[in-house]
Design a protein around this ligand. Structure first.
Ligand code: TIU
Length: 222
């Protein structure tokens, strides 16, 4: 067992054999200029700051040989899995499915939908394509976790208050213990990240725990 005693709001204990890492949506469309994130009016440089920590987290989990899962928010080329309510939301300069500098925005198979090269999935790692914010909605994630006997999830990725928080809440309702790595997640809005960390761990870990990467690493190598 690993005891992350420095986790908030109190120690998080997990068995690596029943734990998976979930890296949410570290795609070019959210992190690089010219993608979906920027078309929504966001400063994508904020998100680039977590790439080194997320790479270190991936390396640690690979070294410990736990299950590693990557998600990608993207849609089928025919957009049959894109609700009008999602396509028409906001006032982006480009909408999902439109041609952009990295191919069609948030469409599977296009360059922008790929995970950034620094965090590329390795062979054998699960990649979940998801049409929604949460990684459980309309995906095979539940079955995959069940088949692998997973009961704990370590979370990283973007954005903290949108796809990461939604997935953590979905996981919470499906019985998983969730740990969010604070310096391996980011938002376009620093205040939203801070608020999300607070609301996840408030009320006695109502949604889950949070810890810094070095706190997880130190506990795991102890
Ligand atoms: N992956 C994810 O968070 N999708 C978003 O659209 N996030 C925003 O913050 N817009």
């Amino acid at each position: 067992m690993v005891d992350v005693n420095a986790a908030q709001p109190f120690p998080f204990t997990f068995d690596p054999a029943t734990t998976a890492l979930v890296v949410i949506d570290m795609q070019r469309d959210f992190i690089e200029p010219g993608g979906f994130g920027e078309t929504l009016g966001n400063d994508v440089s904020l998100l680039q700051a977590i790439v080194p920590t997320t790479a270190a987290l991936l390396a640690l989990c690979r070294a410990k040989e736990i299950m590693v899962i990557h998600t990608r928010e993207c849609h089928r080329p025919d957009l049959s899995d894109l609700f009008a309510a999602k396509r028409d939301r906001g006032q982006p300069s480009l909408r999902i499915g439109d041609p952009g500098p990295m191919g069609r925005i948030l469409v599977a198979g296009e360059d922008g939908a790929e995970i950034i090269p620094e965090l590329s999935p390795m062979s054998g790692e699960l990649v979940i394509d998801k049409p929604g914010k949460g990684a459980f909605y309309a995906t095979p994630l539940t079955d995959q976790l069940r088949q692998n006997g997973i009961t704990n999830l370590i979370f990283a990725g973007v954005t903290t208050e949108v796809c990461v928080q939604t997935t953590m809440r979905e996981a919470n309702d499906r019985g998983y213990n969730c740990l969010l790595i604070e310096d391996a997640t980011e938002s376009y809005f620093p205040a939203f990240k801070a608020a999300t960390l607070e609301m996840v761990r408030a009320q006695g870990a109502i949604v889950g725990w949070t810890a810094l990467f070095e706190q997880l690493e130190a506990a795991w190598n102890d």
